[in-house]
Structure formats: structure tokens, C-alpha cells
Design a protein. Sequence first.
Lengths: 118, 107
Amino acid sequence: EVQLVESGGGLVQPGGSLRLSCAASGFTFRSYWMHWVRQAPGKGLVWVSRINGDGSSTSYADSVKGRFTISRDNAKNTLFLQMNSLRADDTAVYSCARGAHASPPDYWGQGTLVTVSS
Amino acid sequence: DIQMTQSPSSLSASVGDRVTITCRASQGIRNNLGWYQQKPGKAPKRLIYAASSLQSGVPSRFSGSGSGTEFTLTISSLQPEDFATYYCLQHNSYPWTFGQGTKVEIK
């Protein structure tokens, strides 16, 4: 069974940093692209970032480019999102999702809440 | 960036109704589109990929069509468990973009 479990969310002040993790199980992690998607409270889905299987290629939404970094540790079946210079409008539930090249994500985690507030 | 315009933003329908949701892309995306269903507090569930391919395990009352800039998700006979919010996602070019969502409510 595919499982994706996010952690690392919490309350952080504007300008602060946070590192999210996504523990994957039930599939060959290194064979899949992985994504981060966020959803602000009561709002729609927003794609944030993706990374390919060996970590050599990444892409970002314009709103997070230069502030967020996606990475992965295939030995530990874990995906990361390093978030720096956080702003109030980054407040959202952040979910990781499994994908494949040229295919939309098929499995999603439940997400972890990030709140940026003073 | 490619903008995805989804309509309607909400609709009220009865069990058994045929429901159609549309997504229009600001430029051509071939068939690089997926449809998702999301229920409150739950992770999104993929219904359709490649614009018209039904995800394994998804009921056949769901179908997708379209190519280029106009896409449609159809529920042929709405069931009680289908009341949810639906999103399209273009994955033709980065950054990937979702439609704004369509909330399907009980009439």
C-alpha cells in the first residue's frame, strides 16, 4: 500500500524557516517523481514544486522560487521541502504527492499545516 | 504561465443528475490534464489522467474528454458520495497549474 506521511509543519514567524519531510513507503521511491502541493485554509490547490527520481532536476512555482528548495534522500525514502523567508501567504497545508514523468500525481499524503504569523 | 479557468465555481445538483465541469487552458496543453476529487479534510483523489483515461478503481460514471485548450469532466449519474470539490490540473509545462475548483453540492 502506498503511504505518504508529511511532518515538520508548525507555527513560524514571518521571515523564518521550516523544513518539511515526507516519508514514503509501499513503492520503489527512487523510481518516482515527487511533488509538493499546498492548500491555504478554505482555498484551492496550488502546485509548489517537483523533483525527479534521482534528484537531478527540480521545478518551482514562481511564488516560491528562490525561497523554497525541494530535495530527496532515496536511501531513506524521504522527500524534503526547505522553506526560507516565509511569508503570511505561505500559510497552508502542505502535501506531498507521488508522480511520474509526464503524469499528474496519483497518490497524496494528508498534509502538514504551516502557519506563518507573528 | 498557463492559466486554467474552471467553471462553474459551484453547482447544486440532485442524485441521478448528469453533471459537467469545464476547464479551459490559456494555451494548448495537448492532453496533459488530470481531474481530482477532494472531500473536506481529505487528500485529493485522482479520477482522470491524460484528459480521458479513467483511474483504476474509479466508477465508470466519471469520464473526461478534450484536448488542446478545452476539457470536460462528466459525472453521468450523480451519486451521494460524489458531493465534493473537483479540480483540474495541467501538467504540460511548468509551473503546473490547477483550476480554481468546482464545489458540487446537494440540491
